[in-house]
Design a protein around this ligand. Sequence first.
Ligand SMILES: [Mn+2]
Length: 343
Amino acid sequence: MRGLERNVRGSGWCLTRVRNQMTRSGLALLLAVFLGAPAMLSQAVPTFVGVRTFLGTPYVTNLDDLHADFAVLGVPFDEGTWGWPGERYGPRGMRESSQEYNHDLTEGFYYIDGDHTVLKGKHWVDVGDVPIMPTVPAQTDDKITEMVRKIRSKGAFPIVLGGDHSITFPILRAFDVPVTVIHFDAHLDTWSGAPGNLDHATWVNRAVQLANVKTVIQVGQRGLANDEEAMGNARKDHTTIITAEQIHRKGVEWTLSQIPGSGNIYITLDVDVMDPTLAPGTGTLEPDGLNFSEIDGLLKGVSAKGRLLGMDIVEVNPMRDTTTRTEQTAIRLLIDTLGAAFN
Ligand SMILES: [Mn+2]
């Protein structure tokens, strides 16, 4: 039934792909044709056709109607940045770039290496964006918490697309169980900032004060923006720090060995943890970041350290990357991580 619920967009199907689809699920197609209902043909839709949802998943506008394994929530918010604005376009950019992998997601994702498929039978939905109240960030933050809490109460895994990094604090507030936060970032995000302020460089100081946050493991820090003040606060916050240089020098396996096993895990991925050559579309560029194999290996490795309960991808700024490679890389990392965590 899931397939029949899917939105089939346009009639310009590529014949070769339709033929392949027919070989695989000819019966479903014939049935659908006879019943006059849309078949599982999303794979056959070109990437430039249709209304954009993440990976072409069904759009659920009312969270009371949410029945899925994975729920994608956009947070188009960048009022928490000290640098370049534009992260508010991150969710739109990632929805657009995700069309590259648009297909019937219950078929899972096939990897040529290892000749295997992950996430088979999983149901995804896009629940749209958090309502944003411009210039009233506390209200926006409350909405973030409310929506993530609701997604979790419906038994779905929240995938949050930011937005600047300040959004991770209201997301974590929505978890009512103890979590270890694995924080991938070029920066510690433990700066003191303006008094009472929640912004993208200070959110870790607040996160560690949440009763449900057990600890924060910081991975990938480097460069000149991590000053003594941020380092002092990171120590006071009892965070574990593994720098980019250590990862380059000692490798992915060593890095994973430094991260203890944990009950529940939450992953927050600031795309600036990657090298700017790989992810130029972000607000705070810093040379000598992680390459794709490093960040991919680390994400897959940490997701096996415990029970992954949620994930966000933040600081994607499409206005600084017209090539869209930042978005594409982030989406691939997300699928690889979920594939490792749920197989
Ligand atoms: Mn950050």
